[in-house]
Design a protein around this ligand. Structure first.
Ligand code: SAH
Length: 326
C-alpha cells in the first residue's frame, strides 16, 4: 500500500488526519481488503478501493515447499518480477525473506539473482507489500533482507520499510539486513540507524583475489574496508555482525580458507553462518564433512559458527535461488 498516496487521497476526501493511521493499522493486522476495515464508513472503503491499490505489487504465483516454506512471485505495476519467501520453523519462528530490488546489478558468480536481468530498486511500499502479503496469511515475527538485490544500493527504501516492520510485529532486533559490503549504504546504516537492526555481511572468501573472483564488487570495496565499517557497527550498536559464507566445493572450503577467515575477523565482533550451497549451476556444494571441518577450524580460533538450515530448496526458494524463473 502506497502510504503517501493513501494520505493525499484521504486528505482530498476531506477525511480527518487519523484515518491514515486507522487504515494502516487494519492493513498491518492482516485484513484482506478495504472492505474488512469496519470502522471506516462504507463509502470511504469503496472510494479507497478505487483510488489506492490495496497492494503496490500483484501476486503472480505462490508455491509451498515440503518443509512448509512458501515462495511468492509478484509483479510490480511496471512489470518487474519480485520474489519473497516465508520460512516457518518448528519453534514458531515465522521469518520473511524480503527483496530490495528486482534482480541485482552485482554479479556474484554463485547467485542466481546475479545472473538475471537487473530491473530496478523497489520502493519502500513494494518491500512492505511483500511482508504484508504473508502477514495476511499468518502472524510473522522475523525479517531478513536476503531476497533479491543488494539492500545498500537501495538504502532509503530499505530503511524506510524496515522502520515500519514493527507495525507488522517484527521488531528491529528481529530484523536483519544483509549486504555484500556496499560501503556508501553500509556507512549510512551505521551512522544513521539507531535502532538495533542486525547486520549480516556476505564474505564467502577472506582472501581478496578469491573474493573478487566470486564477488566482483570486492574490487570496488575491498574486504578490509568493509570489515572496518562492520567493526564500527559493533562499537556503536554493541551487537555482533553475522558473517555469511557460502560453502563451494574446492573453491573456498579448505582448512586454509577457514584459517584465512579466522585471521580476518574475530569472535568478539563476528559470528559466522556457513551456508550450504544451493545449486544454481556453476558450482558444487561442499560436503557435510567439509563444512564441519571448516566450522571446527573457526571454533578453534574462538569464532562462533553455525551451519544454516536450508529451507525451500525444492521450490527454488533457498538462498541464492530467487530468480523468478517461473
Ligand atoms: N545482496 C545481499 C542480500 C542477499 S542475501 C547479500 O549478498 O548479502 C542472500 C544470501 O544468500 C547471501 O549471503 C548470498 O551470498 C547467499 N547466496 C547466494 N547464492 C547462493 C547459493 N546459490 N546458495 C547459497 N547461498 C547463496
Amino acid at each position: 500500500m502506497d502510504l503517501a498516496l493513501l494520505e493525499t487521497t484521504l486528505a482530498e476526501h476531506g477525511e480527518p488526519a487519523y484515518r491514515t493511521r486507522q487504515v494502516w493499522e487494519w492493513t498491518t493486522r492482516g485484513v484482506a481488503s478495504y472492505d474488512e476495515m469496519t470502522t471506516l464508513p462504507k463509502a470511504l472503503r469503496a472510494g479507497l478501493a478505487g483510488a489506492v491499490p490495496f497492494s503496490t505489487i500483484e501476486l503472480v504465483t505462490e508455491r509451498q515447499a515440503r518443509d512448509g516454506t512458501v515462495k511468492a512471485l509478484f509483479r510490480t505495476v511496471d512489470g518487474h518480477p519480485v520474489e519473497a519467501v516465508l520460512m516457518r520453523y518448528r519453534d514458531g519462528r515465522r521469518s520473511l525473506c524480503l527483496s530490495s530490488q528486482s534482480g541485482c546489478p552485482l554479479t556474484c558468480t554463485f547467485c542466481a539473482t546475479g545472473a538475471m536481468r537487473f530491473g530496478r530498486n523497489l520502493t519502500a511500499s513494494e518491500i512492505l507489500d511483500q511482508a504484508l502479503h504473508f502477514r495476511r496469511r499468518e502472524a510473522v515475527n522475523h525479517a531478513v533482507y536476503m531476497g533479491m538485490g543488494e539492500p545498500f544500493l537501495n538504502v532509503d527504501a530499505v530503511l524506510a520499510s524496515a522502520a515500519r516492520l514493527p507495525d507488522l510485529g517484527i521488531t528491529p532486533r528481529r530484523t536483519t539486513i544483509s549486504t555484500v559490503g556496499w560501503i556508501p549504504g553500509l556507512r549510512r546504516f551505521v551512522d544513521e540507524v539507531e535502532k538495533p537492526i542486525r547486520l549480516a555481511l556476505s564474505i564467502h572468501a577472506a582472501d581478496d583475489a578469491k573474493r573478487s573472483e566470486l564477488m566482483p564488487v570486492n574490487d570496488r570495496y575491498p574486504l578490509e574496508d568493509v570489515l572496518a565499517e562492520c567493526r564500527r557497527y559493533v562499537e556503536l550498536r554493541r551487537r555482533k555482525v553475522f558473517v555469511e559464507y557460502v560453502m563451494l566445493a574446492g573453491v573456498n572450503d579448505s582448512p586454509a580458507d577457514a584459517q584465512a577467515l579466522a585471521a580476518a575477523i574475530d569472535g568478539r565482533s563476528f559470528k559466522v553462518n556457513l551456508i550450504p550451497y544451493n545449486p544454481t549451476g556453476l558450482y558444487d556444494g561442499s560436503s557435510r564433512e567439509t563444512i564441519e571441518r571448516f566450522k571446527s577450524v573457526l571454533e578453534r580460533a574462538r569464532i562462533p559458527a553455525t551451519v544454516r538450515l536450508t529451507r525451500g530448496r525444492d521450490i527454488e526458494a533457498a538462498c541464492g535461488q530467487l530468480a523468478s524463473t517461473r
